[in-house]
Ligand binder design. Sequence first.
Ligand code: ADQ
Length: 448
Amino acid sequence: MGRLVIVSNRVPAVRERAQPAGGLAVALRDAVQGQECLWFGWSGQQISDDEGEDRRVSIDTVDNVTYATVDLTKSEYNGFYEGYSNGILWPLCHYRAGLMSYSRQDRHTYHAVNTMFAQKLAPLLKSDDLIWVHDYHLFPLGLALREQGIKCRIGFFLHIPFPPWSLMRALPGAEKLMRSLRAYDVMGVQTEDDARNVNEGFSVVGVPAQARVFPIGIDPESFQQQASSGLDNPEVQKLKKSLRGLPLIIGVDRMDYSKGLPERFRAYEVFLRKYPEYRGKVIYLQITPVSRGSVPEYKVLREELDGVVGHINGTYGDFDWVPIRYLTHPVPRELLAPFFRLSHAALVTPLRDGMNLVAKEYVAAQDAKDPGVLILSRFAGAAPEMEDALLVNPHDADEVADALHKSLSMSLSERQLRWKRLKPDVWRVTAGSWARSFITALAEVRSE
Ligand code: ADQ
């Protein structure tokens, strides 16, 4: 097999390279053990527009992986990353066309950055490379590489959902974007629904390709290991002590409108109203670090959340009890795993999510003796694989409140049975097996 070339918007920062902290970096380390790999993308640095003219690719090699990065100018960052990727494609792909703030200028910058990436990457490529492009920032990269004369096999994986064509066509130029995906030899998505939607788009624009499903997973063994070994950590003990024996409900999500946080808080309020015997008798910890804080819709979300949490805490709190312990800063992963282990239930209720790895991490962190209950949105990509969770519609506050009540009154034997049934899939489809299946599928395509 040829060299593997990964292209993603962000390349792991230098400090993460020797010991990848999570997600894609870990999945790929597992999948490419020993194999030569080139990872290309944005460095994370912004430069002035003038400096963009003669920017160079920085190259840095750690073991078998060579990292090649380029900087983005301030206007590229604004137009390509914040504007088009996160202000237009992200809401649209999460079925929220109403939150799209479309601008022709941003669309232009998005395509220009994809072309620039292709121009910088092309000279680094060898003829038998397998190229794997990641996510919505880089939809047109395959075509841009073909325009540079690249004939290697190129695959694309979309980490987020893909909406039905009736929604996607709200994007000016949707047909052209869809047609550009023809440049890929393999088009991978998270779920059957996403594949159906992509294929619908393909058939509308007359592309004969078919999307294929490659659900992503986690590294369950190491997460479970972190959950048990972390229990002695003084920070974890501090949380445990503060619970005073009360059950802990936990939520861990980036601060994003796709995660259904205001809806979740309102459902919790319904729970406190409907089941007043639980007031003062549960601890709800929500960890929600601010993300994309300079995109306007995210600022609005933050204010909304501050308001809802303040309302609930003011209305239902007491001298010695806070209904929602709400943190907007990140918590280190080595604490998250034991926090999951300590908790009685997790609320994972996105309005839409490509997969949602927190759901899988929550299952991996439990033990057979006293497993916690997963309350999971039907609209997370993980839901079809996790039918033994308490599946809910996150828009239905009463349903979520009732699921919370059910989780708190569930017998130990039912919790154990549900967990026992959830576990095999989390262990079967891991981050490493996901990457290996994609790479194998790409390697099997005959190069043109
Ligand atoms: P995300 O939208 O970032 O990913 P998710 O799949 O839940 O969502 O992954 C988040 C990761 O960040 C998890 O590993 C989680 O533990 C960690 N994390 C979340 N909140 C944290 C916090 N407060 N502190 C520390 N760590 C935190 C996108 C798509 C998903 C898809 C993934 C992978 O939106 O649907 O599952 O890519 O393809």
